[in-house]
Design a binder for this molecule. Structure first.
Ligand SMILES: NC(=O)c1ccc[n+]([C@@H]2O[C@H](COP(=O)([O-])OP(=O)(O)OC[C@H]3O[C@@H](n4cnc5c(N)ncnc54)[C@H](O)[C@@H]3O)[C@@H](O)[C@H]2O)c1
Length: 245
C-alpha cells in the first residue's frame, strides 16, 4: 500500500519540472492529485493516469482567488477532503537590482508570495476542521545564499521560510504541519535555459557532483507530506547535494 493511499493532494505548478515530478511520485504512493497550473497540465496528467495514477488537471492561476476557490470547492465536492497542499508554483524574472523594473519585481512577489498566500488561505480552514493537514512550500537555496539578479526571487523564497515557521505555530494544534523545502540546483525548464558552461561550473560546487532531479525534490516533499512526519513542523529541508545545510 502506498504511503499516501486515500489522501487528496493539491500540487500547484504541477504541469512541468519539479511539480510534475511531485505529481508522479505522489500518485505512485496512492494519492489522488489535483494538478494546478496556469499552463495546460492535461498532457502531464494524462501521462501519469496512463500508469494508473489518480490525477486530474485544474487550470488555476495561484494569483486568482476566484479560480482557487472554485477549484477547492470542486475537490471538496468530488473527494470530500484535502489532506496535502504543495505550494510549488513559482517564477523568476532575473535582472540586476538597479536594472530591475517594477513589473519584474511585482510579478515575482505576486506569484511566489501572494499566490502562496491565496492558495494556503483557501485550504487551511478545511484542514483545521478535519484536524489533519500537510502544507509544504517551495523555498530555494537562493533564499539562504542570495543570487546575482535575484533580489526579487530570493526575497520571496526567504519570506516563505518566515511564513512557514509562523503558520506552523498557529495550526500545529489542529493537526496541520507546515514545512518548506529548499531545492538546490535542479534540472528543469528554469535551469535548462542556462549555458552549458555555467551548468558544468555549478556542478563542480555540488559535493555529490551532479545536478538534482525533480524526483530528488519530490521524495523530500513526500516525506514532509506523510503521516510519519507529524512531529516535523516549521522546518526547512535543504535538498541541494550538500552545498549548504
Ligand atoms: N529548478 C530549480 O533549480 C529550483 C531551485 C530552487 C527552487 N525552485 C522552486 O521550485 C518550484 C518549481 O520550480 P521548477 O524549476 O520546476 O520551475 P518550472 O518553471 O519548471 O515550473 C513552475 C511551474 O509553476 C507554474 N506557474 C507559474 N506561475 C503560476 C501561477 N500564477 N499559477 C499556477 N502555476 C504557475 C508554471 O506554469 C510551471 O508549470 C518553484 O517554486 C521554484 O522557485 C526551483
Amino acid at each position: 500500500m502506498g504511503r499516501l493511499e486515500g489522501q487528496v493532494a493539491i500540487i500547484t505548478g504541477g504541469a512541468r519540472g519539479i511539480g510534475a515530478g511531485v505529481c508522479k511520485v505522489f500518485c505512485e504512493e496512492g494519492a489522488t492529485v489535483a494538478l494546478w497550473d496556469v499552463l495546460d497540465g492535461k498532457a502531464t496528467a494524462e501521462e501519469i493516469r496512463a500508469t494508473g495514477g489518480k490525477i486530474f488537471f485544474q487550470k488555476v492561476d495561484v494569483t486568482n482567488k476566484e479560480e482557487i476557490q472554485k477549484a477547492v470547492d470542486y475537490i471538496k465536492e468530488q473527494h470530500g477532503r484535502i489532506d496535502i497542499l504543495i505550494n510549488n508554483a513559482g517564477i523568476i524574472r532575473d535582472r540586476s537590482f538597479t536594472k530591475m523594473s517594477d513589473d519584474e519585481w511585482n510579478a515575482v512577489i505576486n506569484v511566489n508570495l501572494n499566490g502562496l498566500y491565496h492558495v494556503t488561505k483557501a485550504v487551511v480552514p478545511q484542514m483545521k476542521e478535519a484536524g489533519y493537514g500537510r502544507i509544504v512550500s517551495a523555498s530555494s537555496i537562493n533564499a539562504l545564499l542570495g543570487a546575482f539578479g535575484q533580489t526579487n526571487y530570493a526575497a520571496t523564497k526567504a519570506a516563505i521560510i518566515g511564513f512557514t515557521k509562523s503558520l506552523a505555530r498557529e495550526v500545529g494544534k489542529n493537526g496541520v504541519t507546515v514545512n518548506a523545502v529548499a531545492p538546490g540546483f535542479i534540472k528543469t525548464a528554469m535551469t535548462d535555459s542556462m549555458p552549458e558552461t555555467v551548468i558544468k561550473a555549478g556542478i563542480q560546487q555540488i559535493p555529490v557532483r551532479r545536478i538534482g532531479t525533480p524526483e530528488d525534490i519530490a521524495y523530500a516533499y513526500l516525506y514532509l507530506a506523510s503521516k510519519e512526519a507529524g512531529f516535523v513542523n516549521g522546518e526547512l529541508l535543504n535538498v541541494n547535494g550538500g552545498i549548504i545545510s
